[in-house]
Design a protein around this ligand. Structure first.
Ligand SMILES: Nc1nc2c(ncn2[C@@H]2O[C@H](COP(=O)(O)OP(=O)(O)O)[C@@H](O)[C@H]2O)c(=O)[nH]1
Ligand SMILES: [Mg+2]
Ligand SMILES: [Zn+2]
Length: 350
């Protein structure tokens, strides 16, 4: 028997369930997504579930269950189930599917905190931290930066300076799996019933960190997998684990490129600390590119705003505009297509 409140089940979710046609059936949380089925944690234990055809063919792929989703299922056999409904999502981490302009992919749902993980070697890159941060804030998930492998040599001065414009908005932790005491502050930041997603490139130590936090080898790391001869590519799916007496952790395979799937430039303005300057621009709709009386450009020129931060702001803003314009276009096309098929049906009827 599982106590689902440890997995984050709440009165609010119970209330949401009452709106479902299937409210009298069982609920559970998706702990892993396989190619053709889902692993679901329920009060009856771990089940292997499939989707009803209605769900499978009736929705765009980003609305199909992802790790962390709460679902309603009809049980069958000993340990199987059929997913009949998905509870409305909140705090979902999405990313743009690589190679597309506006297709997004759900990475994890019902997330409280995102650990943005980078290692203190060549992987450390503040521009990529910003990119993750925008996407995390878009869904009101709390971003936390975790810098791993602090046992390696690194320039603390350089790291702190690069993060100066972000660190007052989010905590930054330095960790090493070889020094367990460095994990204590991180442990303290994880609360029972909360869900934490770990994001970052492959090889930065996400799975190692989760294993250390759980005090057992839950996930394969590069080492364990090379010992078993499986090669370097370890986690290939998003998977959830319950930390003893603490929160729910979701490991993700490394993503090389994390494309923005956001259409709220306001987040960017606030995040980059541009808002304070922007309020003094001459024009209310200033884009801070080449307008006269732009206080943001003035701040760059007089050294109050670092040029690399300003450039990063412009770059991410452009990407988010591009995503939202393409998404808008796509919806328009879909609408006119369904209108066309409706009209065709009407013609047939006549
Ligand atoms: N020196 C050092 N190596 C680490 C640390 N954490 C992880 N590693 C190593 O980094 C490699 C990648 O770790 P892994 O957990 O598989 O990374 P993931 O791909 O992000 O899940 C492995 O060889 C780990 O042993 C750390 O704190 N210090
Ligand atoms: Mg891993
Ligand atoms: Zn301006």
């Amino acid at each position: 028997m599982n106590n689902l409140s440890l997995y984050g089940w709440s009165n609010e979710l119970f209330r949401l369930k009452q709106n479902s046609l299937h409210k009298h059936l069982f609920h559970g949380r998706v702990s892993a997504v396989n190619k053709t089925n889902y692993e679901v944690v329920s009060e009856r234990g771990l089940l292997l579930c499939e989707l009803t055809g209605n769900l499978l063919y009736g929705r765009p792929s980003f609305e199909l269950p992802c790790t962390g989703d709460w679902i309603i299922f009809q049980p069958f056999d000993q340990d199987k189930g059929l997913i009949v409904d998905i509870l409305p999502r909140v705090h979902t981490l999405y990313r743009r599917k690589s190679g597309t302009a506006s297709d997004k992919q759900a990475i994890a749902a019902h997330v409280d905190k995102a650990f943005i993980v980078q290692s203190l070697d060549a992987n450390f890159n503040v521009r990529r931290i910003e990119r993750f941060m925008v996407q995390v804030l878009e869904e009101s998930i709390q971003p936390i930066v975790v810098l791993t492998k602090s046992d390696l040599e690194f320039s603390g001065h350089y790291v702190n300076q690069s993060l100066a414009h972000l660190s007052f908005q989010m905590p930054v932790f330095f960790t090493s799996i070889h020094y367990p005491e460095t994990l204590l502050p991180l442990r303290k930041s994880i609360v029972q019933g909360q869900t934490i997603v770990f994001v970052g490139s492959s090889g930065v130590g996400k799975s190692s960190l989760i294993n250390s936090l759980c005090d057992r080898a839950v996930f394969a790391t590069s080492e364990t997998s090379s010992a078993s001869g499986k090669g370097r590519h370890t986690s290939t799916r998003r998977e959830m684990v319950l930390m003893n007496g603490s929160g729910v952790l979701i490991d993700t395979p490394g993503v090389r490129e994390f494309g923005l799937a956001t259409d709220d430039p306001g987040i960017l303005t606030a995040m980059f600390d541009v808002a304070d300057f922007a309020s003094s621009c001459r024009f209310a709709d200033c884009r801070h590119v080449d307008e006269p009386g732009c206080a943001v450009i003035a701040a760059v020129n007089n050294g109050q705003l670092a040029p690399e931060v300003y450039n990063s702001y412009l770059k991410l803003r452009k990407e988010s505009w591009h995503f939202s314009a393409s998404e808008h276009e796509k919806r328009k096309r879909e609408r006119s297509f369904s209108k066309m098929t409706e009209e065709a049906k009407q013609v047939k009827k006549r």
